[in-house]
Design a protein around this ligand. Sequence first.
Ligand SMILES: NC(=O)c1ccc[n+]([C@@H]2O[C@H](COP(=O)([O-])OP(=O)(O)OC[C@H]3O[C@@H](n4cnc5c(N)ncnc54)[C@H](O)[C@@H]3O)[C@@H](O)[C@H]2O)c1
Length: 368
Amino acid sequence: MKKVNVLLPDRRYSILIGGNIFIGIEGMLLKHDIPEKIAAVVDRNILKFHRKKLDILLKSKKYSVELFPFAATEKNKNLYTVEKIYSFLQKGNYGRDNAIIAVGGGITGDVAAFAASTYMRGIKYVHVPTTLLSAVDSSVGGKTGVNFKGIKNFIGTFYQPEFVLIDTSFFSTLPQNEILCGLGEAVKTAFLAGEKYSTNLSGTFHNILKDDLSDIDNLVYDSVRFKAGVVSEDEKEEGLRKILNFGHTFAHALETVSGFGIKHGQAVIFGIVCALNLSLRMKLINRKDFDDGIFLTDLIKDKVIIPDVEAAALYNLMQADKKNRNGKIKFILIKSRGNVFVDVEAGRPDVLASIDAAFRYFYSATVL
Ligand SMILES: NC(=O)c1ccc[n+]([C@@H]2O[C@H](COP(=O)([O-])OP(=O)(O)OC[C@H]3O[C@@H](n4cnc5c(N)ncnc54)[C@H](O)[C@@H]3O)[C@@H](O)[C@H]2O)c1
């Protein structure tokens, strides 16, 4: 089992990574002083595919665990679900001295953590991420949230878990397109973390695309280590942490305009290509670094299905992005791998042209 520590100004917590480590969940709950009474918010697909494993938790003799099953969709990532969790907790007489454990992907984690952060002003929270995306990205760093009136993650908090347990054997039942989503966030990290991460990632990429998950632990470990380092320096996204939004301004707009018809991780791949194009148009990145950067998206672009929407519709939605200031859209752009600019403003024509170039890239296998 590998371990990464997230070191925050006022506390630290661990992220534990390994195959089949969920077997030891009771011991880990004990070690981390998790209260005896726990509400388990569990993705229905985990109940379907991993019931036996989950029973270690649900039928624990040391813990009193009650199940809140959850259908993980963007449409259910809302305040109505949060209210249902509050009611479940209230009815079960959960107090501040109890806890929530989320077993599921990024949606389950974001919703359950939001509920944990606000119920009675906050109760203890543990996450067991079960998708590649949630393992490499969303389970690290304490961002919680729900969609509101059709806008992605519009309501949320920063709230850190007591610990995170990543059992990579959960990934065995993930469909290919969910693996692809995880790779989307990993490609993002490759642009931010620089050469070494990129080289390691390209090595494991081919295996993963062939359904060989044997070296997935290393990919997860490298990704978690990178993100934990960023979050440890800037927990509340006042500076460095903004880089983690690379590609996301475009991605969130695409998810929203398509009525969440595209998965987050795949939208991120599209967003990365838009951001790279914008970096090129604004002469921040040179052609060679652009070409060097795009090789990872080249490997997966045929598998990404991009909905056919108007670039202008995306632009309009981007104007409602949380990261904007004084009505101006702020972009994270790139000079080369590991060398990132934050809070860049760009003209509407350049943004629209970059989105159009990304559409051409995915639709027609054009070399950019
Ligand atoms: N908090 C953050 O910092 C952060 C960062 C990145 C993304 N996110 C959020 O994460 C969400 C995306 O997360 P996700 O991709 O994990 O989506 P998800 O939680 O919807 O999971 C994807 C699908 O896989 C299923 N699933 C989960 N585990 C499975 C398993 N082991 N086997 C089979 N099926 C399984 C789910 O039921 C769902 O259908 C988005 O809402 C995004 O906004 C949050």
